[in-house]
Each structure stands twice: as C-alpha cells, then as structure tokens.
Design a protein around this ligand. Structure first.
Ligand SMILES: [Zn+2]
Length: 116
C-alpha cells in the first residue's frame, strides 16, 4: 500500500473489506470508483484532509450501498440475530475502525475485516 495517493490507499482498504464479505463485483467496484472520484475533488480543496479520506470513502460506499438496500459490512461478531451493520469511527478522523452499531464493540481496522 502506498501513501503517495491517499485515495488509492482508501480504495484498496474498502475493496478489501467488500471482498471479505463477498461483495466485490463490477457494480460495487464502480460504486467505489465513484466515491473515490467524489473525494478526489474534496481532497483537492482541502489537502489536510488526506488522513480522513479512508474513513470517508468507506462511509460513502456504505451509504451508496445502503441506498440500494444492501447492508455492508454486516456484523458477524454478535450473537444478536437481528441483522445489523458496522459503522466507521471516527466519522471524520485518522485510523478509522469498524465498530458494531449495536454493541459498540470494536471489530477491526478499516481494511482488516476477516473473511466471512
Ligand atoms: Zn454487532
């Protein structure tokens, strides 16, 4: 992974976590590309935001999939039978992590989800 282009790094992390849940296909890859492209403009306006783009791209992809009624990533660590997802914390900050939206438990760093 490279830090030369923070957006390529963000793309790789998000694709890794999509892959862990079996969601990489041409459509989801194009969703990721769209979100990366959107944040490229954002980053050009605010370069100090470079360390935030990983978490932001992840949230953009999550929102885009949610709009298609696809929940990603699913929490698989809880005994709770009601399907629920993970959220990025911090929402705007460096070193984003996936946290269970129900229990608040920290599950993995972005890019570090275990395969299902
Ligand atoms: Zn959970």
């Amino acid at each position: 992974m490279t830090r030369d282009d923070p957006l390529l790094n963000a793309r790789a992390l998000v694709l890794s976590d999509l892959s862990a849940q079996g969601l990489v296909d041409p459509h989801t890859v194009s969703v990721v590309e769209d979100c990366v492209a959107g944040r490229r403009w954002w980053l050009s306006q605010w370069q100090q935001g470079a360390s935030f783009v990983d978490g932001l791209v992840a949230q953009d992809v999550q929102d885009a999939l949610f709009d298609e009624a696809r929940r990603w990533p699913l929490c698989v660590d809880c005994a709770d039978p009601v399907e629920h997802s993970l959220s990025i914390e911090p929402e705007l900050g460096p070193d984003p992590r996936w946290v269970c939206s129900e229990s608040g438990a920290q599950i993995a760093a972005l890019g570090g989800l275990r395969p299902l």
